[in-house]
Design a protein around this ligand. Structure first.
Ligand code: FE2
Length: 192
């Protein structure tokens, strides 16, 4: 069963002006699709063909791992965004953020520092550890918390392909835009 490229959960113009349709076409339609195609090319005719994408990520190495992890990270990233702007987290997630970071603004600042410090390509994450605590972490290249013990809650793609069309090399401006799009309902739904 081939891995599928998931549809975007919004239209290609829905994230404008923060993320353009051109960027979504390139990022989802070309980059994400290429990772999915690369997974399928490598699993065709093997026993991995029967596995979920998550299990392929957890059970592979090398170029298959890189393609599968990128396919999974991107699918998760699209779900973390939503065109409705201006929301803040609420409920149990808000309580946990306030307890650990002080408030959501301090979470944003810490997340941004981590995201800015990723040298080259990678991802910035909010994760929940098995003991329930939240943490900000980053991964290089295709790496993903999915292979560890912590549960991913929120991710920002800081590969330059995520923002070059809209912001050139200005990752800080892209991060400002990212926070206007964060789908806190989805982040909450990932809490354990
Ligand atoms: Fe990406």
């Amino acid at each position: 069963m081939p891995v599928q490229l998931p549809e975007l959960p919004y239209s290609r113009t829905a994230l404008q002006p923060h993320i353009s349709a051109e960027t979504l076409d390139l990022h989802h339609g070309r980059h994400h699709r290429a990772y999915v195609d690369a997974v399928n090319a490598r699993i065709a005719g093997t026993e991995m063909d029967e596995l979920s994408l998550e299990d392929i990520v957890r059970g592979s190495q090398g170029s298959l791992f890189e393609a599968a992890a990128q396919a999974w990270n991107h699918a998760f990233f699209w779900q973390c965004l939503h065109p409705r702007a201006g929301d803040d987290p609420h409920g149990a997630l808000a309580e946990r953020i306030n307890l650990q970071f002080g408030d959501v603004q301090k979470l944003r600042e810490e997340f941004n520092r981590a995201a800015m410090a990723v040298f080259g390509s990678g991802w910035a994450w909010l994760v929940q550890h098995p003991d329930g605590t939240l943490a900000i972490t980053t991964t290089r290249n295709a790496n993903t918390p999915l292979t560890g013990d912590s549960t991913p809650l929120l991710v920002c793609d800081v590969w330059e392909h995520a923002y070059y069309s809209d912001y050139r090399n200005e990752r800080a401006r892209y991060l400002q835009a990212f926070w206007k799009l964060v789908n806190w309902d989805f982040v909450s739904s990932q809490l354990r």
